[in-house]
Design a protein around this ligand. Structure first.
Ligand SMILES: Cc1cc2nc3c(=O)[nH]c(=O)nc-3n(C[C@H](O)[C@H](O)[C@H](O)COP(=O)(O)OP(=O)(O)OC[C@H]3O[C@@H](n4cnc5c(N)ncnc54)[C@H](O)[C@@H]3O)c2cc1C
Length: 438
């Protein structure tokens, strides 16, 4: 039986454990830096909503019963509602519904379902331990618990699923085994949480007085507000009548910096995103002021494996900006693709690892291009973007060759490989890239 050590119990590491457990013949040890999510109150500073579309959902569906388990803790969205300062909101319909789930809730569901597996005795998970060192030739990793002395764990195969600031990847880069470009997405964000009362976000439950707000914050839509100077608010309805989201802004334009009190914060939201301002409690307004600003790391690597023992998956090897909501979808799809290669190679990792890098790298590089350059940042191109989204969409129905394809429909509605999608939208992506670098 092969011993697989997985560093990181995020969505990627846990989904991989599910797939390996299903294959039999693997002893799996997972080490996670954060505390056991079953034992702590949800940490709101380090969570945000995740949107899963066909690609991520397909990977989830590979594990019997998992999608059903997630459904209890998520909402389905049939599209977006783009709220406007003046005039009616614009609605964007999706053919395939999206699953909206809080990142920590996704992790908790994956973990609980893993521990319910009949062969769960083949998995051990240790929380509160950080991987600090790796010795490839000795096939060991060093793990540092919070208060006790470090210890070593040996492996036959090692998987770095330890997110954008991956220690496994950084060690491999330091030793020259691979190379990686690191940067930050241009915008930063703060998580926002508001609890709507039942009537405020569920139209079926709305009283007459609350019906305006109810339709404004429909439970089956992602809600977007484009404020000004690059500030945006994205809110995703969650079970329990919560709305979780992110206030996104350029690093030098934090709208909360000049504000001092709960009233100031609520006034900002009431002016720019009225229903959210009305729902925000003074406690949440103060918590939001105090919550740290988060940067979004991006990484681009030249490979996804090293030698015949080490594999890198998910954000550890391709963290991207959340602008197109694909980081987690791509990460979960990594696991599904690797599992297919294990099928083809009959669990021979020496063959599966290089085949994985060769097959998957063009796609994860394409996600990065799509994430960076699907949405324009210049004013002129933003106007063109809105025109294409509204009038252009109708025109294309009648004159299919008139306008070249835009990325978002293919990203959200299809399962096309990212590299093929990028090919189809290359004209638009190249124009946005040129305008960003001008
Ligand atoms: C604001 C925001 C919104 C997003 N929205 C979406 C979305 O709508 N759709 C989408 O598809 N994606 C979205 N993403 C991206 C998504 O969150 C990530 O792609 C996804 O979480 C990647 O999963 P992962 O398991 O690879 O990494 P992570 O989720 O980062 O998990 C890695 C785990 O490894 C642990 N770890 C790290 N270092 C060590 C160490 N040295 N030792 C032990 N453990 C370690 C961490 O504690 C963590 O639990 C969003 C990201 C952000 C920031």
């Amino acid at each position: 039986m092969q011993k697989i050590v997985i560093i990181g119990a995020g969505p990627t590491g846990l989904l991989l454990a599910h797939y390996l457990l299903g294959r039999g013949d693997y002893q799996i040890a997972i080490y996670e830096r954060r505390p056991d999510p079953r034992q702590i109150a949800p940490d709101r500073q380090r969570t945000f909503p995740i949107t899963l579309q066909l690609r991520g959902l397909r990977a989830i569906q590979g594990i019997p019963g998992l999608e059903k388990a997630l459904q209890k803790h998520s909402n389905r969205s049939k599209g977006a509602c783009m709220h406007r300062q003046k005039g009616e909101p614009r609605y964007l319909e999706r053919q395939n519904s999206l699953l909206l789930i809080d990142r920590n809730q996704l992790v908790l569901c994956l973990l609980q379902k893993l521990l319910e597996h009949p062969d769960s005795d083949q998995v051990t998970i240790q929380f509160g331990v950080t991987c600090t060192a790796l010795n490839d030739s000795a096939q060991t990793v060093t793990l540092q618990p919070e208060t006790e002395k470090p210890f070593m764990a040996s492996f036959d195969r090692l998987v770095g699923a330890d997110g954008a600031s991956s220690r496994v990847r950084d060690i491999l880069v330091e030793t020259g085994a691979m190379s990686c470009e690191k940067s930050f997405a241009p915008d930063v964000y703060k998580s926002v949480f508001v609890q709507g009362n039942r009537a405020s976000i569920d139209p079926d439950q709305a009283s007459e007085q609350a019906s305006d707000m109810a339709s404004e914050l429909a439970i089956d839509r992602i809600h977007l507000w484009s404020i000004n100077l690059g500030q945006r608010l994205i809110m995703a309805p969650q079970p329990g009548h919560w709305l979780h989201g992110t206030l996104i802004f350029p690093p030098d334009n934090n709208p909360l910096t000049p504000l001092n009190s709960a009233d100031d914060v609520r006034a900002y939201f009431q002016e720019n995103c009225p229903p959210i301002g009305d729902l925000m409690t003074p406690e949440e307004a103060i918590a939001l002021l105090q919550r740290p600003v988060s940067k979004v790391p991006e990484v681009k690597c030249d490979r996804m494996h090293v030698g015949d023992r080490i594999l890198l998956l998910g954000d550890a090897v391709h963290a991207v900006s959340p602008s197109i909501g694909q980081g987690c979808n791509a990460a979960l799809q990594d696991v599904q693709v690797f599992n297919q290669l294990l099928d083809q190679c009959q669990d021979n990792w020496e063959q599966a690892l290089p085949a994985f890098s060769a097959q998957r790298l063009p796609d994860v590089h394409a996600v990065r291009e799509l994430a960076d350059y699907s949405f324009p940042r210049s004013r002129l191109m933003r106007l063109e973007f809105i025109f294409r989204l509204t009038v252009g969409k109708k025109l294309r129905r009648w004159f299919p060759g008139l306008l070249d394809s835009m990325p978002m429909d293919g990203i959200m509605e299809s399962e096309l490989p990212y590299s093929e999608l990028l090919n189809r939208c290359q004209t638009w992506v190249s124009r946005v890239k040129r305008s960003c670098n001008a």
